[in-house]
Design a protein around this ligand. Structure first.
Ligand code: ADP
Length: 633
């Protein structure tokens, strides 16, 4: 991808670089000719300059030789000239003595072989030049030489008898020579490149390697050869400038183009990725609306999410009622680094969506996954609401069914008791004369029992209605529980007509309770004990003091109540599915009412097994006033 992005920029850069190279080459070519002409002109000018320099120094020696009247004046003048002319390294005076040419004076005192008393004639390299000066009486330049690596050119002028004598006599009477050592770099230095100057005697100063322009210099009738190297050619500055600017422009253009290309590509990729994310969100939204069943919804969502974003694993966890995270669904790999995204409902987190990416997710993908998590949270909330609605609809249906069953039971109860009362009543009145006392009493008892159970039922119904409407008032106060239990058991006599009653009550027992509530509680317990235990068995009723309570116990010898049902029997309309319950009549509200009375009195009701195997209900009444609500919860 990166290489593809660089392609256009590289192409443009290459084209511009090639163009600037061509332009630079053209400029260099055009400037080459001009340069050659310029170099030739400079070489001519330099040759003139070299000739002038040498000529100047020869003339200098002539002047010294002719203007000094005595050897001491010559020395003084030489010293002055040396100080004035920087290019002059030394001046020497030599006198001819026979074949010898002996150095008299050197200013400064010596320069290499130029030492006082040296015979210059013995130096081969100088002989030709010295002969010219001494024999021909010509001032001249020649004989390049080296001392300590320094190069010099020796120039000389003849000394004649009687310094300052007319020239015609001078030639005949040359007595010596005045020699000057001119520094070579004073002659060749000004040339920018390498240069060499060869004297007529073949000796030279300077050095040239490679191609050189060769020129001749005529000096006092003798030919010197000057060789000049044109200097570093290289590319002309203009061409280099064109090349450098061209390349810089090419680079700049390539960079600018690259930046543009990268920006455009990034923008394109972002737009592409955005539309892909939107598509995914839209798809997920549609998918989440397809079902309100969490069991269907979560797997479909998680699998599609894993596919869309190349995830190795997806897990959805929900907060339970205690605030703990419980995994609701998971798919794929559970190991590895995960990204946890909150499932939010409003400002509240209701769970976590954990994803394990198979590759690095970019920012927009992470934003999309969070958006999908939000959609999932909404969908889950809808599903949960729907589930709750379903539950409450089912509960309402159950309640409706319970109500119908209740009405049926109550009607049946009422009709049965009424039928019994009316039947025995009619029989009694129609056959009064034919019935003996025993039969009459028996029928009257039957009527009384039916009326009793009718009354019990009506009492229950009235209590129930009051409880439902929150109109039942319970006003606990300090009472004598033993007295109220004794009186109530008396009143319930007809209910217990077919059972043995074991009543264990102390003389007095203080409790904090509402007498009506105690009566209703006891009536319900005794009625059930009588109803669910076999005829002739014993119903035990105990009132006794407990620890901080006044205890009322009703135990029977019936089938008892299974441990797992002991909580549920206090619910409204709940009846056990036992043969005893099926055989007996009842609306399933007696214990619910009892529980309500107990709660409002601050009493606690428990049920367990009686020692004889039946059911044993225990009601603990407080002995002191209590906070009723606290006890009820
Ligand atoms: P019901 O009118 O059916 O008696 P209750 O609310 O008084 O309604 O009792 C609820 C259920 O608890 C009864 O249907 C019965 O199955 C069970 N039950 C109550 N008391 C006893 C008991 N002493 N022995 C056995 N089962 C009992």
């Amino acid at each position: 991808m990166t290489r593809r992005r660089w392609l256009p920029a590289t192409g443009l850069g290459a084209v511009l670089a090639a163009a600037s190279s061509l332009a630079a080459w053209a400029v260099a070519d055009a400037q080459q000719e001009e340069r050659e002409t310029r170099v030739a002109r400079a070489a001519d000018a330099f040759a003139d300059q070299v000739a002038t320099t040498l000529e100047r120094h020869v003339t200098e020696m002539e002047l010294l030789a002719t203007t000094s009247a005595s050897p001491s004046e010559l020395r003084r003048n030489a010293t002055i000239r040396l100080a004035a002319v920087d290019e002059l390294a030394a001046v020497a005076v030599a006198t001819g003595r026979g074949d010898q040419l002996v150095v008299d004076t050197v200013v400064p005192s010596a320069l290499g072989w130029l030492n006082p008393n040296d015979d210059l004639h013995r130096i081969d390299d100088l002989r030709a030049m010295l002969d010219r000066v001494r024999v021909d009486a010509d001032a001249t330049a020649g004989a390049p030489f080296r001392v300590d690596g320094e190069e010099y050119v020796l120039v000389g002028a003849p000394l004649t008898v009687g310094l300052g004598a007319p020239e015609s006599d001078a030639r005949a009477a040359v007595t010596g020579v005045v020699l000057g050592a001119v520094r070579a770099d004073a002659i060749l230095g000004p040339w920018s490149g390498q240069a060499a100057l060869t004297a007529p005697n073949g000796l030279f100063i300077g050095d040239v390697h490679g191609d050189a322009i060769e020129m001749t210099i005529e000096l006092r009738g003798r030919t010197w050869i000057l060789r000049l190297e044109p200097g570093a050619s290289g590319w002309p500055t203009a061409a280099v400038l064109v090349l450098v600017v061209g390349l810089a422009l090419a680079l700049a253009a390539a960079i600018v183009l690259h930046v543009q290309v990268v920006r455009r590509r990034v923008a394109e990729e972002q737009a592409e990725s955005r539309s892909l994310q939107l598509e995914r969100i839209a798809d997920a939204g549609a998918r989440l609306q397809q079902s309100l069943d969490l069991a269907e919804l979560l797997p479909a969502f998680a699998v599609a999410l894993a596919q869309d974003f190349d995830l190795d694993g997806v897990a959805v966890s929900l907060l339970d009622e205690d605030g703990a995270l419980v995994e609701a669904f998971a798919t794929g790999d559970a190991a590895g680094q995960s990204i946890d995204l909150p499932l939010r409902r409003g400002w509240r987190a209701v769970g976590v969506l954990s994803v394990r990416p198979g590759r690095t997710l970019d920012r927009s993908e992470l934003t999309s996954v969070q958006a999908l998590a939000d959609l999932l949270a909404v969908a889950m909330s809808n599903a949960q609401l729907y589930e709750r609605e379903q539950l409450s609809a089912a509960r309402l249906r159950d309640l409706d069914a319970l109500k119908n069953a209740f009405l049926g039971t109550v009607s049946h109860e009422l009709r049965t008791s009424m039928t019994a009362i009316m039947g025995f009543g009619e029989l009694l009145s129609d056959s009064w004369d034919t019935l003996d006392d025993t039969r009459r009493r028996e029928m009257a008892n039957r009527i009384r029992r039916s009326a009793g159970s009718l009354r019990h039922l009506v009492d229950d119904l009235l209590d129930f209605a009051r409880l439902e409407q929150e109109r039942l008032r319970v006003s606990p106060r300090t009472i004598d529980l033993a007295g109220i239990v004794r009186q109530t058991v008396d009143n319930l006599g007809p209910l217990l007509g077919r059972h043995q009653v074991d009543l264990r009550i102390p003389g007095a027992l203080t409790a904090w309770a509402d007498p009506v509530a105690v009566e209703r509680i006891l009536a319900n317990l005794v009625s059930n004990a009588a109803k669910y235990s076999p005829e002739g068995s014993t119903v035990t009723i105990i009132a006794e003091p407990g620890v901080d309570v006044a205890r009322l116990v009703v135990a029977d010898e019936g089938p008892g109540i299974p441990a797992e049902e002991r909580r549920r029997i206090f619910a409204r309309f709940y009846r056990l599915d036992t043969p005893e319950s099926v055989r007996t009549r009842g609306a399933g509200i007696g214990l619910a009412i009892l529980r309500d009375f107990a709660d409002r009195s601050g009493a606690r009701v428990t049920v367990d097994d009686a020692p004889g195997g039946g059911a044993r209900f225990t009601v603990d009444f407080p002995t002191e006033p209590v906070d009723v609500l606290a006890v009820a919860t």
